[in-house]
Each structure stands twice: as structure tokens, then as C-alpha cells.
Design a protein around this ligand. Structure first.
Ligand code: GLN
Length: 319
């Protein structure tokens, strides 16, 4: 394909920036702390760093450990939200709110005052409620298959799998999530057996993907709901906008304000150290560095995204 000279220049600038950011991150000594409350995640090498940017013209710029699969953890919440909205539309908002929580990802404090309705779909309680919606009418295995196939379809990669060891590790130790789920069940917010809903939740958190696969999977959110390569609509443009809005306000738990302040892009973190971010109209981005900050978000991942967004002039609040 022949490209206009200006496009070539923009593409090579993106490649340069992505490599420079990866090099700068490799040299840093401050890496945060790898999550260890899920024992299997504690075994991940803290020196890993990967980045991939898929732009709306079909290019991918990637560097570092961009092809190493990692546990996407809470990043799966973006995709389960998309599926649940597809299934029940705006009725979803009867089961979960869409306001920032200002609390840690696994907090239970607001649930009592708010009668078991979680603040938003990106805290654990909210994602468990969303998973319950996807599960209704299915066996857990079918619901999980639907989520996994959705990821494979979006990334156009059938090789994406669930890391069973991570899922089992969380299933053995996920007492906080069990408490959240039982508490919501007592208010009638969950309709399926708690064990079934949690089983599906733990397994979709344990999907393993590389930065490249994740950046490709998220392209519909940077391109008004459509895959920029195939033109296939995943969701309507309005829904893509709204999912991005919730990522901006709730995607980093109690660190969401800081992420917006520093990076200026909708983003969703996971305790595996991944962050998925969207530059609307421009690109879908994934970074991975396993060490976390105090709010449970990737320490270097956020710093890398701040540098990328600044260099590319991608902040949604202005260049
Ligand atoms: N599976 C993790 C949990 O439920 C997801 C948390 C996260 O990535 N922030 O604790």
C-alpha cells in the first residue's frame, strides 16, 4: 500500500516514541511491587516491560516484552462490560452504577449504604455483578467460552487462552471477592449461584494476553465502536464513547483522578500490571509492567503512558 509522506512521518514518529519510552522504562529502578495476594501472580518477573500501540490506520508499533502474555486481570472488566451491555442494554444500570468509587478495587464499604448495588462496573463488586448478568441463561462454561471467544474475535487471534493456574490460585484465596459476592447476593443483586458467578469472574480475570493482542482487541474503542481494519461494528459509537467515559472516571479505582491528571486518556488497569488505554480517534494502547503502586495500578505502566501521551499530544484535554 502506498502511503502519503505525512502518514509515513507520523508512523515513524510513533515507532520512535514507543521505542524511546520502552528504553527509558527499562533503565528505571523504581518498579513498584508485584501483586502477591493472588499467589500465582507473585511469581511474575518484575523487570518485564511491554508496550503496543495499534493506530486507526492498521499499524502496530510495539517494543519490549510486547509479545509476552500476562494476566489481564481487571482489564477484562472493559470487555465484560461491553458484552453485558450488548446483552441487556441500559437495563444493566439497574444492577451497577457508573460513578467513581474513590475506594480500593476490592472495597466493601459502599455496598451496605447502597443496598448491594456497586458503584461502577470496574471495581470488583461491579464486575462480579456484570459477570452475573453475562452468566444468566447459561452454564458457567458457556458464559466463559463466550467471553474468551469475544477476546479472540476482537484480537483476531484464536491462540488467546485462560491461565488455569492463575484462576485456580485466585479461586483458592479470593475470600474478599467471595465476601463481596455473598453480600450482593443477600441484597438480591446477584441472580445466579455465587460459586458459579465467581468461577466465571476468576477465570475471565485470568485470561492471558500480550500487549499486542490487547491493543488489537481494544481498537473498537478508539474507532467509534468499529474495528478500523475490517470496518465491522462491535458496538455503536455512542456505546464506545460511554465505555471510554467510564474508563476515564473509574478505570484506576482510587487512582483514576491521578491517571486522568497525568495521562489524560481513558484507561483500565489490572493487578497483573497491565494497563489498556484509548486515544479516541487515534489509537488503542496496551502497556505491561508487573510492579504496582499503592492503588494497585502498574507503576511504570502509568509513567510510560504519561510519556507516550505527552510526546504524541494525545491527551483528551488538549495537546
Ligand atoms: N482478579 C482480581 C481480583 O478480583 C482483579 C483485581 C484487579 O485487577 N484490580 O482481585
Amino acid at each position: 500500500m502506498t502511503r502519503m509522506p505525512t502518514e509515513d512521518t507520523a508512523l515513524s514518529q510513533l515507532h520512535d516514541v514507543v521505542h524511546e519510552v520502552a528504553d527509558a522504562m527499562r533503565r528505571r529502578a523504581d518498579r513498584g511491587a508485584v501483586a502477591d495476594y493472588i499467589p500465582e501472580l507473585a511469581t511474575v518477573d518484575p523487570s518485564a516491560f511491554g508496550i503496543a500501540v495499534a493506530d486507526n490506520d492498521g499499524n502496530v508499533a510495539a517494543a519490549g516484552d510486547c509479545d509476552v502474555p500476562f494476566s489481564i486481570q481487571s482489564i477484562s472488566k472493559v470487555f465484560t462490560l461491553t458484552l453485558a451491555l450488548g446483552k441487556v442494554g441500559d437495563n444493566l444500570w439497574r444492577r451497577v452504577g457508573r460513578e467513581p468509587s474513590g475506594s480500593p478495587f476490592n472495597s466493601i464499604v459502599q455496598l451496605e449504604n447502597e443496598r448491594g448495588v456497586p458503584r461502577n462496573p470496574f471495581i470488583n463488586a461491579g464486575a462480579i455483578a456484570v459477570t452475573d448478568v453475562i452468566l444468566s441463561g447459561h452454564q458457567p462454561r458457556e458464559a466463559l467460552g463466550e467471553i474468551l471467544r469475544f477476546m479472540q474475535f476482537l484480537a483476531n487471534d484464536k491462540a488467546i487462552t485462560i491461565d488455569k493456574a492463575v484462576a485456580a490460585s485466585e479461586q483458592r484465596t479470593g475470600f474478599r471477592n467471595m465476601a463481596l459476592a455473598n453480600y450482593m447476593k443477600s441484597f438480591g443483586v446477584l441472580t445466579n449461584p455465587v460459586d458459579f458467578t465467581l468461577g466465571v469472574y476468576f477465570h475471565h480475570c485470568a485470561i492471558a494476553m500480550s500487549c499486542r493482542q490487547l491493543a488489537l482487541a481494544g481498537r473498537f474503542l478508539s474507532h467509534s465502536g468499529k474495528n478500523p481494519e475490517t470496518g465491522i461494528a462491535v458496538v455503536h459509537a455512542e456505546r464506545a464513547r460511554r465505555i471510554n467515559a467510564i474508563m476515564l472516571t473509574c478505570g484506576h479505582y482510587d487512582g483514576s483522578g491521578e491517571f486522568a491528571f497525568r495521562v489524560g486518556l481513558p484507561g483500565k488497569s489490572g493487578v497483573g500490571g497491565g494497563i489498556f488505554a484509548v486515544a479516541p480517534g487515534k489509537a488503542s494502547i496496551a502497556v505491561w509492567s508487573p510492579g504496582l503502586d499503592a492503588a494497585g495500578n502498574s507503576h511504570l505502566g502509568r509513567i510510560a503512558l504519561e510519556a507516550l501521551s505527552k510526546r504524541m499530544g494525545w491527551s483528551i484535554f488538549g495537546a
